[in-house]
Write a new protein. Structure first.
Length: 133
């Protein structure tokens, strides 16, 4: 269904389980990382089609993580969508400024999450933004 795995970087086990299950039921292959460092390592190794990035992580701020993804030629073209509970004004702008392509607020909407995510893989009416090797 997708062009490659979706990398889910999330330290909360319940959020990981919920988001991962929804995406797997939508036909996606999901790679999971509970820390930013593990997520950055997997992003280089697996070249996912999309990264879903929790902004509050134990080891590294998610905004710093996306800056590192953008700074590395191997991962610079991968779409990154911020996942954050900090649903406050300015957060989306901060996420975009750091290099995120978009933003999904937590708690996630279980009815729309899969389609929200896939929109970033295949923008409606737009070209395919997914980086290819
Ligand atoms: Mn978190």
């Amino acid at each position: 269904m997708t062009d490659g795995p979706i990398l889910l970087i999330e330290d909360n086990p319940l959020n990981m389980e919920l988001a991962g299950e929804i995406l797997r039921q939508a036909g996606c292959t999901v790679l999971e990382a509970a820390t930013a460092q593990e997520g950055l390592r997997l992003a280089v190794e697996a070249r996912p089609a999309l990264v879903l990035l929790d902004i509050q992580l134990p080891d590294l701020d998610g905004l710093e993580a996306v800056r590192r993804l953008r700074a590395d030629a191997r991962t610079a073209g991968i779409p990154v969508v911020a996942l954050t509970a900090q649903a406050m004004k300015g957060d989306e702008a901060a996420a975009r400024a750091a290099g995120c392509n978009g933003y999904i607020a937590k708690p996630i909407n279980t009815r729309s999450f899969a389609s929200d995510v896939l929109t970033f893989l295949h923008p409606p009416g737009g070209r395919d933004h997914v980086a290819r090797p």
